[in-house]
Design a protein around this ligand. Structure first.
Ligand code: ZN
Length: 391
């Protein structure tokens, strides 16, 4: 974990207290329209990939925004600790590996390698922690046991189900819509074993072809939401400053992940703030592996640069859904050229640098920061190139 610079011993005796400017690099952020007082360490948990297919622009948007959030928190004076998981125990992955005649674990490692190459090309800084679900089986079992003891979960035929009705009720969705989403994300709300359609598995009994680990409830594997709850608390503790993921993860994934962590630890809120990045669509439909309606990062990197692709993602409000069109690449390249020209101009204005920082502190307003940097130029523009990692 990065630490603030060590401080010298305190001065004893007023004679030693000579006037000296003290650099308190500190600012508060607004995130999602609400203030987020910045304290170190700032712990950021990013819901990462399920490594069964290549990275598309929609994924890239989440991870680029998470990266910029980290940089902006650093600019505000925080030490930043990030954890971005890999969901390498998941039925979608097992089925994809099976279809190719591969072992899921070995197949996942190959996909992770490709993902990391894409992240490097996009200039996304490696996270402090990169937990993998298969390394946190014991943590999920501990979570299941704690939820059972607290009466927040129950066991049925080798499964441990978390009582999720509260998470669904507080999601702001209608019961019908919540049920639709639960089914879409594999939560099986119609499973007759469950006492309530919104109960979700912390631990699942494994069939013959599923990965399985021994547990007090028989051979089984972790549930998806429980994996993230366990990986987040194992790497960052019982609360995080910002929970990041695609907007489509808000329900059921984040809702249950948060509810499980809070019910097990008694620490609430689990996340002080959330960044749920707007979905990217194409040809009028959400970009998704499941539908094949997607543009791959690797393909875009053949026709443009990593920094231009970063700016394509960042030059808009993070929460806003948007539609990818190839001509947007030219607009992003144009903005990048203008920023580089501005950065090449001489000049140093603390007021302009502060104005750029203030735009970023206000809900990560990259577009606003770009406008100021391009118009004022000099050091303010160079600062923005650094913070957005465009150089
Ligand atoms: Zn997650």
């Amino acid at each position: 974990m990065a630490l603030l610079p060590p401080t010298p011993p305190g001065i004893v005796g007023v004679a030693g207290r000579v006037a000296e400017p003290v650099d308190v690099r500190s600012a508060d952020l607004r995130l999602g329209g609400r203030p987020l007082p910045v304290l170190s360490p700032a712990r950021v948990y990013v819901c990462g990939i399920t490594p069964y297919d290549v990275t598309h622009l929609g994924h890239a948007a989440t991870f680029v925004w998470a990266d910029v959030l980290g940089s902006v928190l650093r600019l505000a004076g925080a030490e930043v600790v990030t954890s971005r998981n890999v969901t390498d125990v998941d039925d979608v992955l097992t089925r994809a590996a099976d279809a190719r005649g591969r072992h899921y674990d070995e197949f996942a490692l190959g996909q992770e390698f490709a993902f990391e190459q894409d992240m490097r090309a996009l200039g996304v800084r490696p996270p402090t922690h990169a937990p993998r679900a298969r390394h946190h089986i014991a943590h999920v079992q501990q979570l299941a046991a704690a939820l059972l003891r607290a009466g927040q979960a129950y066991e049925r035929e080798g499964h441990v189900f978390f009582r999720g009705a509260g998470a669904a009720a507080s999601s702001g969705l209608s019961a019908d819509r919540a049920r639709e989403l639960a089914a879409e994300f594999g939560d099986e709300p119609d499973d007759p074993l469950r006492e309530d359609p919104f109960d979700v598995p912390v631990w699942r009994a494994s069939g013959e072809r599923d990965p399985a680990w021994p547990s007090p409830w028989g051979w089984g594997r972790p549930g998806w939401h429980a994996e993230c709850a366990a990986m987040a608390t194992a790497t960052l503790g019982h609360g995080v400053d910002v929970l990041v993921g695609g907007a489509d993860l808000a329900f059921p994934h984040h809702a249950h992940q948060v509810a499980m962590a809070e019910a097990a630890s008694g620490v609430a809120p689990f996340a002080r703030s959330r960044v749920q990045v707007g979905a990217v669509s194409q040809d009028g439909a959400k970009m998704a592996k499941s539908t094949g309606n997607l543009t791959l990062v690797a393909d875009l990197l053949r026709v443009t640069t990593g920094p231009a692709l970063r700016l394509l993602v960042l030059d808009r409000p993070w929460s806003q859904p948007w539609e990818y069109r190839p001509e947007l690449l030219e607009t992003a390249s144009g903005r990048l050229d203008a920023l580089f020209s501005a950065a090449g101009r001489p000049g140093w204005s603390p007021a302009a640098s502060r104005a750029v920082a203030d735009r970023l502190f206000d809900d990560l307003d990259v577009s606003g920061a770009l406008d100021v940097a391009i118009s004022d130029g000099g050091d303010a523009a160079r600062q923005l190139v650094r913070v957005l990692a465009l150089g």
